[in-house]
Write a protein that binds this ligand. Structure first.
Ligand code: TXA
Ligand code: MG
Length: 314
């Protein structure tokens, strides 16, 4: 039996305990509606160093800062005429805005991109926002996984990544969305750096022009090709499992066997997104040597699923 003594239920006492750890430059894993995050005080250089070290994350890959409301984002970033309009529609929620950092901001430069921009998000998860309030400072929180691994969608996934290396993991239900937030760069021409639940089409209703992210310059180093890997080979657009492998099916299938797994039997893309990382983790844990996946429709959140799968398979 595993000893999950560092996983805590989200009651008032534990939220206060968590905020205290964070105020003292400690690291806690917290639930969000997208994936679980590895949170630490965004004002503290020392804490940011700890996060990079724990995650084994390359130093040139900047972190997302989590705020409890729009006002606190405005305090740290330069004015952007699009922000409040998009914010009103989509936040709190699964979207991250890349903005110019104010010169006098106290946010640690160590988590910024080239010292000049930061990614800002207000998560929908109420425990997370409550903890930010209790801390009195924004929280840096990359996904709570070792670099290049799959993001965790439950407190037990976080435990499997870090075991007792983190003192405090806050337990909540499985992440509702299951894929990381949409990242949109609002510095210069708006550009989607990472697809997510909030699609380009939805954003286009508010921002007329969104340019494609085709430039050679990597604006989001986290979008490097090898990423989101379950640790075994992944094959896309398959109808059958490969030798010693499992098949992950979207929709219905006539295939039978213990190596057949489902993302969503009813063919729901949202359900598939929610299940994607946990099924990949499960299949790996069961010891299958590779994972084949059936075709996923490339629309709505299916675009984000295919983005992650392409990276997982490369
Ligand atoms: O849903 C999410 O966004 C989750 C939860 C925990 O909030 N967080 C998350 O963080 O996915 P992370 O660190 O795993 O991914 C952050 C992505 C990376 O691709 C990173 O390169 C990009 O955002 N990013 C962060 N700061 C940036 C910046 N200033 N400019 C451009 N890209 C940035
Ligand atoms: Mg990540």
């Amino acid at each position: 039996m595993k000893n999950y003594s560092n996983i805590y239920k989200p009651n008032q006492r534990n939220l206060v305990k968590c905020a205290k750890i964070l105020r003292n430059d400690g690291i806690c894993a917290l639930p969000t509606e997208t994936v679980y995050g590895l949170a630490g005080n965004a004002y503290s250089d020392k804490t940011i160093d700890k996060i990079y070290k724990l995650k084994k994350r390359p130093r040139n890959n900047p972190l997302i800062v989590h705020f409890d409301n729009l006002q606190s984002i405005l305090k740290e970033t330069e004015y952007n005429f699009l922000l409040s309009k998009i914010y009103k529609k989509f936040s709190p929620g699964p979207i991250t805005y890349v903005l110019k950092l104010k010169k006098n901001s106290k946010i640690s430069k160590k988590l910024a991109n080239k010292n000049s921009t930061i990614a800002c998000r207000v998560p929908a998860n109420r425990y997370f926002r409550k903890i930010i309030k209790l801390c009195g400072s924004p929280l840096a929180a990359p996904s709570a996984n070792i670099s290049n691994n799959l993001s965790p969608t439950s407190s037990y996934d976080v435990y499997d990544e870090f075991k007792k290396k983190i003192k405090f993991i806050l337990e909540d239900r499985k992440s509702k969305i299951g894929l990381e937030s949409t990242v949109i760069n609002l510095v210069g021409q708006p550009k989607i750096l990472r697809p997510g639940k909030i699609s380009k089409d939805e954003l286009k209703k508010i921002i007329k022009k969104i340019v494609n992210n085709k430039s050679k310059e990597i604006l989001s180093p986290g979008q490097l090709k090898k990423h989101y890997s379950p640790g075994v080979p992944v094959y896309l657009n398959k109808k059958n499992p490969e030798n010693k492998g499992a098949l992950l099916v979207f929709g219905k299938s006539n295939l039978k066997g213990e190596n057949i797994f489902y993302l969503s039997k009813k063919g729901s893309l949202s359900e598939a997104a929610k299940n994607l990382y946990s099924k990949l983790r499960l299949i790996k844990k069961l010891g299958y040597k590779n994972i084949s996946i059936t075709k996923i429709p490339n629309k709505n959140i299916g675009i984000a699923i295919n983005d992650r799968l392409k990276r997982a398979s490369s």
